[in-house]
Write a protein that binds this ligand. Structure first.
Ligand code: UDP
Length: 202
């Protein structure tokens, strides 16, 4: 597949099927690879946030999200022919994990309260309704302090999860994976999913 640049920020020209092929490759090799799904706003932010730009440049898979990037790619004469939506891609990932017996850790969104379990727990339960054999290795809410991150990384490692979903808002969720990539010893790939856990939780 081809990596093009929009405002000097790289994006991969892939359809859903090509994205999944690359994803499988990332899951088969050791080391924590970051998957990013930048929209136009993130691309703009990356031009003035060096860490964000670097983590996109080093990402294992860069899926352009949003119709704005499809237009931009046409303007620069390297059209992205097909949009991969974050929702479809996450579904394909969950299917792959289910079929291959690999587990996912869900990190982010609101904690439990008197009325309901945490968003990540509810999201996990609903994922298992759609993907009954999917293994949810663990969940944690997304409201933790910087000093708690080392323990959180230990918990993710102890869970045995090979895939990490972060829902902390962009670019915090991508920076969490990037900053801890060398400590997340069992994680093969991680993706920031924004508000998707809220959607899964219903
Ligand atoms: N979130 C979180 N911790 C934070 C900030 C946000 O877990 O410190 C969660 C929030 O509850 C929501 C998700 O991140 O489930 C996406 O948040 P937001 O809509 O603000 O993100 P954006 O749309 O800006 O990516």
């Amino acid at each position: 597949s081809k990596r093009i640049k929009i405002l000097d920020v790289p994006v991969d020209m892939v359809n859903n099927q090509q994205a999944m092929e690359i994803f499988k490759g990332l899951m088969e090799r050791p080391g924590c690879d970051l998957i990013v799904t930048p929209n136009s706003e993130i691309i703009m932010n990356a031009t003035r946030d060096p860490e964000l730009k670097m983590l996109i440049e080093e990402a294992g898979l860069i899926i352009p999200d949003g119709i704005g990037l499809v237009y931009a790619s046409k303007i620069i004469g390297q059209p992205l022919n097909e949009r991969v939506t974050g929702v479809d891609f996450l579904n394909s990932i969950l299917e792959y994990l289910e079929q291959n017996g690999k587990s996912v850790y869900l990190l982010g969104s609101k904690p439990a309260n008197e009325e309901r379990a945490s968003v990540a727990e509810l999201a996990g339960e609903n994922m298992r309704i759609k993907h009954p054999r999917l293994k949810i290795a663990g969940t944690h809410d997304g409201y933790f302090k910087k000093q708690e991150e080392a323990d959180l990384v230990k918990e993710i490692n102890a869970s045995g999860a090979e895939f990490l979903c972060t829902a902390l808002g962009a670019p915090k969720q991508e920076k969490f994976i990037y900053e801890h990539r060398n400590e997340l010893i069992n994680i093969r790939a991680g993706i920031g999913v924004g508000g998707s856990l809220d959607v899964w939780a219903g």
